[in-house]
Design a protein around this ligand. Structure first.
Ligand SMILES: Cc1cc2nc3c(=O)[nH]c(=O)nc-3n(C[C@H](O)[C@H](O)[C@H](O)COP(=O)(O)O)c2cc1C
Length: 172
């Protein structure tokens, strides 16, 4: 029998992936973000097809990745990771700026950010993998990045069904 817990040994960071649709902004928590090439620099993200952020990225072909710091409050993760922008405006009273691609960049609790243009979209079933070319990147402050393991083990955080790394309770 396949030992699904083996997947727990893969390491990740924690990010806010944001995008836009005309003058509307949205963003979501994602642990699936990684650099794929250096020249030119590219990253991939893996986004659930049901998420509003997915719809915005498909429409605008741009996204940003804010790299979260270790002491990011759980409330902030709940705001972006357990609620949909279909229910309320996640950018109201948020700290953000509009970057070079026109997409919003969340600056609250962020050590830095990447601004990307979508080069490639791959259908991965429940999710789409977007590969983006990095058009701009900035460091905002020094500090420890928040890892997925720290979020689960120290902060006792959970992942919703829409996360690619979600594992049903009975399999744990
Ligand atoms: C720790 C954590 C990791 C997550 N990772 C991802 C991810 O990599 N990809 C994804 O599509 N959703 C991920 N999610 C779920 C989305 O953040 C969540 O479905 C969000 O409510 C979508 O919001 P939206 O509909 O406004 O886009 C994660 C959530 C948490 C809490």
């Amino acid at each position: 029998m396949m030992d699904i817990k083996t997947l727990f040994k893969i390491t990740y960071g924690m990010y806010v992936v944001s995008s836009k649709k005309s003058d509307k902004y949205n963003g979501q928590i994602a642990n699936t973000a990684m650099q794929v090439t250096a020249e030119p620099p590219k990253v991939l993200i893996c986004i659930n097809k049901e998420n509003l952020t997915h719809h915005y990225i498909q429409e605008s072909k741009v996204f940003t990745v804010s790299i979260l710091e270790q002491n990011t409050p759980m409330k902030f993760i709940g705001h972006f990771g357990f609620k949909s922008g279909r229910e309320f405006d996640k950018f109201k009273d948020m700290d953000y700026k509009i970057g070079t691609t026109g997409a919003p960049v969340v600056t609250r609790n962020a050590l830095g950010y990447l601004e990307c243009e979508v080069l490639l979209s791959m259908d991965a079933g429940t999710h789409t993998t977007f590969i983006g070319e990095i058009k701009d990147a900035q460091t905002l402050k020094d500090g420890e990045p928040l890892t997925y393991a720290y979020y689960h083990q120290i902060k006792k955080g959970k992942s919703p069904k829409t996360a690619p790394t979600y594992i049903k309770d009975e399999k744990k």
